[in-house]
Design a protein around this ligand. Structure first.
Ligand code: SG4
Ligand code: ZN
Length: 257
């Protein structure tokens, strides 16, 4: 029973803490971000991306039953950007809505976006994802908000074109190669930073979050194809975003004055 969490009335975010106590913790994600309230006193260093422009040979798309996720055979990593060390790229995945007025997990200045892309990394010094999630500084997730645009985002084509092959939960397909760099906004110098959790059960409080201020585009027809997927519980896979969590004692920082 406890394995069948989801985003519906019966199994949605409000019920997660019943089966996954950490989901009721005090350092949870996502949160509402407000530019005017963000602290500006963090050191200003640019990100250093390694192999983000590489085109891996094997890229797989998986319907996890809760999201659609991309894994690739690549040794990409990131440091700088006020992160406290080097983080190895692990996977990326998406959250999206049933309609374009919702779908993102974080809000910025009270705006919800039709989707949110998460690039998940783990701390290099922990050696593996499994080890890193045991440590409160083990994971770094980069969030790219998806903004509705009239025309397709060609950089999303490899992913969107693969969706029809992973309609059912746990289906996997090979897709055309994609460079991580092509999924980042053109300006990565402006970002928000706070410490939080994974946004799905067990909600481990291990994540240094980076939310880029600038967005990338997605068209309504591209969004529509995400909504063709089937979720673990048999419903349409959409509105797979968690409700906003209290900030409690935490600060949100921003990288610019
Ligand atoms: C999505 O459901 C991913 O597919 C999950 O990856 C991921 O869980 C989960 O989101 C939470 O990640 O960046 N939103 S998040 O906090 O990475 C993990 C898998 O299920 C554990 C592998
Ligand atoms: Zn996510």
């Amino acid at each position: 029973r406890s394995g069948d969490w989801g985003y519906g009335n019966e199994n949605g975010p409000d019920t997660w803490p019943d089966h996954f106590p950490t989901c009721g913790g005090s350092r949870q994600s996502p949160v509402a971000i407000n530019t005017g309230e963000a602290e500006t006193d963090i050191p200003h260093t640019s990100f250093h991306f390694v192999n983000y422009d590489a085109k891996p040979t094997t890229v797989t798309l998986t319907n996890t039953g809760h999201s659609v996720q991309v894994n690739m055979d690549i040794n990409a990593s990131v440091s700088g950007g006020s992160l406290t060390g080097e983080f190895v790229f692990h996977q990326f995945h998406f959250h999206w809505g049933a309609v374009y007025t919702r779908g993102s997990e974080h809000t910025v200045d009270h705006n919800r976006f039709p989707g949110e892309l998460h690039l998940v990394h783990y701390r290099e010094s922990y050696g593996s994802w499994a080890e890193a999630v045991k440590h409160e500084d083990g994971v770094a997730v980069f969030s790219v908000l998806l903004e509705l645009h009239l025309t397709d985002n060609p950089n999303l084509h490899p992913i969107v074109n693969g969706l029809m092959d992973v309609i059912l939960p746990h289906e996997t397909a090979l897709i055309s190669s994609v460079a991580l760099h092509s999924l980042l906004p053109s300006n990565v110098d402006h970002f928000f930073r706070y410490s939080g959790s994974l946004t799905t059960p067990g909600c481990d409080e291990v994540v240094e979050w980076t939310i880029f201020r600038d967005r990338i585009h997605i068209s309504s027809s591209q969004l529509k194809q995400f909504r063709e997927l089937t979720a673990e519980d048999g419903s349409t896979l959409q509105d797979n975003f968690r409700t906003l969590q209290p900030l409690n004692e935490r600060e949100v920082y921003r990288s610019w004055l």
